[in-house]
Design a protein around this ligand. Sequence first.
Ligand code: NAP
Length: 323
Amino acid sequence: MKAMQMKDYGPASDLTLNNVNQPSINDDQILVEVSAAGVNPVDTYIRSGTNNYTTTFPHTPGSDGAGTIVQLGKNVTGFELGQRVYFTRNLTGSCAQFAACLPTHTFPLANALNFEEGACIGIPFTTAHRALFGRAKAQTGYKVLIHGATGAVGTACVQLALLNGMEVFASAGTPAGAELLRQLGVTHVIMHNEEGYLTPFQNLENGFDVIIEMLANHNLSEDLKALTLGGCVAIVGNRGTVEINPRDLMARDASVVGVALANVNPEALALIASSLLPHFESGELKPVIRKVYALNDLGQAHEDVLLPGALGNLVVKVKPGFH
Ligand code: NAP
């Protein structure tokens, strides 16, 4: 089969398209013929060995994907051959024609979604759900800021928060990002590159109940001042260190919580997947796709996913012409 691979940690330009053996699965695994692979920032951290991520070589990138089940281990129950699924944290890499997957990390794909959209659920929507509900305990009526709302996780957070009747404020870095957020139904769009943009919210009356933060090293100190009494910042993204004044937390009985998708256990993953499914089926939730790349353009997708000016998800089409 064809697979994009790295021989060692390195730049995206080192990715090459190779002919390799199809993965074999054991009795507890699922083999999926991959139609599309999601490209997430973590794929680039693993490829380059940064942010404490390691891997083994040759390495085929890609945690997320969607496709069709072609083989089931004999201990696997609850799935069928030919079933359309999406998966995350697969065992062999989604940027390949076939991927070995775990039943705990493989989920039915809504009929309303195509495979490219399915490839954008695993990390982005699961993280968004975990951050909002599992960690920040956001509820209907809460005033919520999605701080960095234009990317893969942010657009998922926005949709989930609106669907659940929250008062959603969402930030963008570019006019195109702001327009995307308005198209998603956000009425309170703010620009995270403008001077003093959080100032109107930095008092107890106007502060947020919850802030979902995509770049904590940049924003955490100012976020803490923009919480209302009992407010919470949930940190999804961080690329460095930051100095805060703990008094900002004390003054508000506020809290900061971390979010790591890797810590979500299989039972919680299954609950999240089953709660999302009907909303994908009804069209209330729909992954936003910015661009679809050919498999051998994965290197470009790895470069692009780290650029400013996000507009949803980047996807690699692995099985051409197949929806
Ligand atoms: P993405 O699609 O590349 O989006 C990045 C987002 O960060 C964009 O909305 C971008 O907005 C925004 N941003 C840029 N500068 C910002 C600033 N100064 N303040 C606030 N936001 C800013 O990435 P993603 O997939 O959504 O992931 C977002 C972050 O979460 C990444 O760092 C990723 O590694 C991390 N993540 C963590 C977990 C976890 O388990 N904790 C899971 C998934 C992702 P503009 O481009 O419009 O400026």
